[in-house]
Design a protein around this ligand. Structure first.
Ligand code: NDP
Ligand code: MG
Length: 334
């Protein structure tokens, strides 16, 4: 079934024109939501941590950030845009005690709500408005008169009015200019985790590292292994982005295209697909979420150890040197 998509004409800004919207967190998403809403004529209050760079940024954009608890009390709509890992604690201690019936909570990612980290009080509704792009793009597209597609969903205590208000919110940040796709908290959360684990972060990193290791173990120079297995990935992904697999295959040489058809399925096999199903099962059952929430409660020791170890991988050392030779790259180091 094709997705249900809403555009400007389906949404009514008047539903939120006389409301106060509290934006919690002035980071990647927060700065874009706050400014787009304000430019759409909605009253916005911002909560940020005093003394931080993003507090200063909000001030430089003409906001006067206040504390989270006060912002929750002032807001008719409260958008939670602080980092996902700290949301459960902040929700329990600063947000929930200041909620009252009739308020609407909005989040831009369903993880915490879907996995039971937000205990929603009676009479309070929750909705998801999730832009499918980073905050700076949400802002720059809005300023240009365009928008970034968003996902929309409603959760507990939602009425028809809740959905319409969330849609008005999506319009005010520019989402309905591009299209707002209806989904559920479960679908948004589960597909997001699956994508980042299997393809975007986990799958791609593992593929690149393994291929680099094979070439280096076979005696090829790490510099060449880096170019072939990591650097050139961007050229291919840009082609995917513009025109899918067909356009990539149209653009590369026939030799590369033939290698793709005959060798690719030997790398991603039926066994790999079985493992993808296992990963999906862990996401759906909540096993992955429980593991990650517990890890964070213990101050993330395993996570930090893996991060330290991964940062030392030889591909990172050779990459750091090679990126210095390519002045157009805007090389970054962590
Ligand atoms: P960021 O880390 O960029 O921004 C979070 C901001 O919240 C930071 O400025 C942080 O300050 C501030 N903050 C931390 N604690 C508090 C607090 N107690 N009170 C007020 N402010 C606080 O997060 P993102 O914008 O990336 O993510 C926000 C949400 O949007 C998440 O749910 C994420 O999943 C979702 N999302 C993100 C997308 C993205 O591309 N980034 C895309 C779509 C959804 P400090 O920096 O000082 O810690
Ligand atoms: Mg995602």
């Amino acid at each position: 079934m094709p997705a249900k998509i809403y555009y400007d004409g389906d949404a009514d800004l008047n539903l939120i024109k006389d409301k106060t919207i509290a934006i919690l967190g002035y980071g990647s998403q927060g700065h874009a939501h706050a400014q787009n809403l304000r430019d759409s004529g909605v009253k916005v209050v911002v909560a940020e941590l005093p003394g931080t760079p993003n507090f200063q940024l909000a001030v430089s954009h003409g906001f006067q950030p206040i504390g989270t608890e006060e912002a929750v009390r002032q807001g008719d709509i409260i958008t939670i845009l602080i980092p996902d890992e700290i949301q459960p604690e902040v929700f329990r201690t600063q947000i929930r005690p200041n909620l009252s019936a009739g308020k609407l909570i909005i989040c831009s990612h369903g993880f915490n709500y879907h996995y039971g980290q937000f205990e929603i009080p009676p009479g309070v509704a929750i909705a998801l408005v999730a832009p499918k792009g980073p905050g700076h793009l949400l802002r720059s597209e809005f300023v240009r008169g365009a928008g970034v597609p968003c996902l929309i969903a409603v959760g507990e205590n939602a009425t028809e009015e809740t959905f319409k208000m969330a849609l008005a919110y999506a319009k005010a940040i520019g989402g309905t200019r591009a299209g707002v796709i209806e989904t559920t908290f479960a679908e948004e959360t589960e597909t997001d985790l699956f994508g980042e684990q299997v393809v975007l972060c986990g799958g791609v990193s593992a593929l690149v590292k393994a291929a680099f290791e094979v070439l280096v173990e076979a005696g090829y120079q790490p510099e060449l292994a880096y170019f072939e297995c990591m650097h050139e990935l961007k050229l291919i992904v840009d082609l995917f982005y513009q025109g899918g697999l067909n356009y990539m295959r149209y653009s590369v040489s026939n030799t590369a295209e033939y290698g793709d058809y005959t060798r690719g399925s030997r790398i991603i096999t039926e066994e790999t697909k079985k493992e993808m199903w296992k990963i999906l099962d862990e996401i759906r059952s909540g096993q992955f979420a429980r593991e990650w929430i517990l890890e964070n409660k213990a101050n993330a020791p395993a996570f930090k150890a893996m991060r330290r170890r991964e940062r030392q991988h030889p591909i990172e050392e050779v990459g750091r040197r090679l990126r210095k030779m390519m002045s157009w790259i805007d090389a970054k180091e962590v």
